[in-house]
Ligand binder design. Structure first.
Ligand code: GAR
Length: 195
């Protein structure tokens, strides 16, 4: 059984997709052992609770400095003894110490076809705003391993999504989630769990 920790910052629709895929056995050999959020009160925590999954908040606001936060975050991750850490809309830069401790064991979902529209400053709706501004006709999502750069680690899976003439950043974001992200992230976990 692959022990998975999912890290979140917001609504947690990708977390929900993983929970559902484990429940309906689209993803096998996998147990979600914990959910960690850097924000209090986000809906992702409700999703964990509803699924009976242990959750925790490690917020930078509760620590004197970044180092103390980073240490607490790593300690919380370690407490779950995970085989895989999944960043599902986790909008915090992962501490180097954690990347060293979990080399090739951290994966991230990004809402574009990397290497387009990725790196520092590209997250959430901003990715889709930039893609529409540039006039791209095809976008999508990418699951990749996390290394010390921002969105630079080896790509595991990608899925393309066509842009429509009348798309707004919001409609595009929703379609990229539905058509790509919610399928891709469970598929990548299943691949790792069964390889
Ligand atoms: C997702 O679209 C994910 O791809 C994005 O944040 C959203 C989280 O949604 N992540 C990034 O932009 C990372 N650079 P969710 O909380 O509903 O899963």
């Amino acid at each position: 059984m692959l022990r998975v920790v999912v890290m979140v910052s917001g609504g947690g629709t990708n977390l929900q997709a993983i929970i559902d895929a484990v429940a309906d056995k689209t993803v096998t050999n996998t147990q979600i052992v914990g959910v960690i959020s850097n924000n209090y009160g986000v809906y992702a925590l409700e999703r964990a609770k509803n699924a009976g999954i242990d959750s925790a908040v490690v917020s930078p606001k509760d620590f004197e400095n970044r180092k103390a936060f980073n240490d607490a975050l790593l300690e919380k991750v370690n407490s779950y003894k995970p085989d895989l850490i999944v960043l599902a809309g986790f909008l915090v830069v992962i501490p180097e110490k954690m990347i060293d401790a979990y080399e090739n064991k951290i994966i991230n979902i990004h809402p574009s076809l990397i290497p387009s529209f990725c790196g520092t400053g590209y997250y959430g709706l901003k990715v889709h705003e930039a893609a529409l501004e540039r006039g791209v006709k095809v976008t999508g999502a990418t699951v990749h391993y996390v290394d010390k750069g921002t969105d630079t680690g080896p790509i595991i899976m990608q899925k393309a999504v066509y842009v429509k003439e009348d798309d707004t950043p919001k409609t595009l974001q929703q379609r990229v989630m539905e058509e790509a992200e919610w399928k891709l992230l469970p598929a990548a976990i299943n691949k790792i769990a069964n390889s």
